[in-house]
Write a protein of this length. Sequence first.
Length: 302
Amino acid sequence: LPPPPPPPPPNTFQNGNTLVCGKDDSPTCLSCKPATSMSLSKHVMFSARFLKDANETKARALASALKEKGINLYIVEADVGDDFGQLTATGLNNMAVMISFATWNYGEKTTSPSCSYVEVQRCLERNTPVIAIKMCPDWPPRPTGDNGEGADMNGMLFTAGQVYLDWYNKPWDAHACATQVAEKLHNMAQKNPSISKDIFLAAGSGALEGAMGSLQLGGGGGGSNPQRQQAEAEAVRKAEAEAVRKWRQSATRLSETDRVAVVQWRKTVGWTALHFAADQGEEEGVSLLIAAGAAVDAKTTM
């Protein structure tokens, strides 16, 4: 006789979670929790025109340099088959600060629902703080392909009194620009401590904030002092290296936890990822998966 089939996956767990209850308002059922009640962590949104040109190369180099500095940055990285619009929506709906990489055609209103015009519009609607990087001769940027709609929207976001980082007609240095942006982000966090956790990665924020809090990058009232500038640059370099080291240590520990989870998963024949996560008390993650259409009864491939 063949061995008996494994027991069906549980629907209710020791911690009280239920995957499917057949009702609409059970406080312990993860399928009943509306998606609007769950929220992703916030981040710094990187807004730019992605046209596979030299400006996109510069923008992505800057994004990489910011991540190296421990900035909690979100930039759309769409692979073949990915929904660029959905990725952009996720970035916009959860941004605490927006970085605008403002080239001459930035903010142009196109047929895409995820164009930079929409990003500028959403930033205005939510009164999101913005850090502008000027990469064009005119300010605000004046795109020419939309009958002036983009220029008008840019004029509302980039007001006359707003300070921007001017990198037009300068030799491009992504790391130097990233240092300027990081300083502005640090100043924002000092004025509004509640967004500090959204700006800096948890593992690297302490080292980076501590170093930048004691520096006045780009000169100050004391005038030019090569030795002081060299010492400041070295302090920032060490802080950045320490932030990256701590982040990597954290990632290593997380990977080890994941390996243990996989071993436990293999012991639960017939369970799905949702069953396992629910049994571990991961209500928020499971609710988000269900809201996104994850199949509760799909079998694992382990």
